[in-house]
Design a protein around this ligand. Sequence first.
Ligand code: ADP
Length: 495
Amino acid sequence: MFKKILIANRGEIALRIIRACKEMSIKSVAIYSEADKTSPHTKYADEAYYIGESPSSESYLNQNKIISLAKQVGADALHPGYGFFSENAVFIKEIEDAGITFIGPSSSSVKMMGIKTAARQLMNQHKIPIVPGTTFPIKSISEGLEAAIKIGYPILLKAAAGGGGKGMKLVTTQNEFASSFESAQREALKFFADDSVYIEKYIENPKHIEVQIFGDKLGNYVHIFERECSIQRRHQKIIEEAPSSFVDDKTRKKITQAAINVAKACGYYNAGTIEFLMDKYSNFYFLEMNTRLQVEHPVTEMISGLDLVKEQINVAAGKELSFNQEDIKINGHSIEARIYAEDPENNFLPFTGKLLEFLAPSGPGIRIDAGFSRGSLISIYYDPLIAKLAAWGKTRDEALERLKRALGEFQIAGVTTNISLLKAVCNNINFIKGNFDINFLEKEFANEFQGKTASSDEIENAVVIISSLLKVRSSSTEIKNTLIDNNKWTGLQYE
Ligand code: ADP
């Protein structure tokens, strides 16, 4: 077994991994940037090293520094968490070549699944249903127009290298195609340094259902049931649950088998998630595979009793999976809500600031994964996730009641959060009945929470606050442009 694991991440997921290391008597090494100097993950790890300035490119995405640090401190394995380097095949290869075990899949599996068009081709070869559309990037407007007519409007233009809900454009008529295509290419280039764009049929009102799978290096595969992740804003999840109340046993059998087939198709080992869109008739279509631990893994842990991070570490060390398919059963129901520092009343504008108060809920059936404590700074550089709140109950109703109770116990001061929106979702009759799809927020809260666009005064205020809080070197114009940019944030958010 490993003696020392370097955790190439920050925030709640770094703490989650350090906790698993402690329980396994493995030494943990944290890294931190300037903005994270006093973050809880630096204190909780056995060792912590400064890795660079606050922008991710200089710290958590500084490949050379991370690899040489891992060697220097004698780490025999590296856990990437999610985001940052977790799905970067080039980095994983470098780690493998440096003789350090990567706690995740092989670089070749990651590469196969990293480009959506290539993954779609692979699925076709293995007869796994994909969302109708092209399996190659579109080269010209005329080629795209021809393909779109065959597929049928509405269509989605998607970045082949996309992620985090970015680089997607809905096109409802032929007239919009040319301008949307050009802007999709520009956005893809900006976010993913690759302007390849392809077409998918826009599925009307589907559910987002994903399957947790696990493989070991000995060729064993299992699934750990599905998660329902349809409650999203800007194509990013905010509430996830397991199991899905919509999926019956027959569909569960089919979708979990399809997920295992996907994993086998790319020779996968370690934890992975296969995402599908499901229509109202329970037809499902492969969307993508996330080749890493997922943000929402706690709901799977709560209904299965497994520790996915420990399992990841064991499998990476070459051990056999600690359970068979027959050993695991769905026990009860779990729902997770992501607590973000953002204003749901104001276009989900992210908030930065010091957490002047941070008291998290507890009590029966409640789990909190937080990367912050009172006094922590929510900075402009990273994902504005403050904490994940997961509730477990014997039934979905009990899990929901506990979630509502716990949302009411949060005491957070210093930043605006999305808790008001999460409470409203939990009290919504269609959510309570399990009657929802990916357009839930737009449909149910058409006049609330969709947000007005921030006024210029509000933007000016935010700029003043951010500059003074962070003493950043960027000019106020740069910060302002960041705020009024489409995505309003420099940190990537995770699916
Ligand atoms: P990303 O990798 O950027 O997260 P995904 O392909 O995983 O993108 O899709 C994210 C979300 O966008 C989905 O959960 C769903 O809500 C929506 N979406 C993606 N593709 C389609 C589609 N073809 N039709 C309808 N909605 C879609």
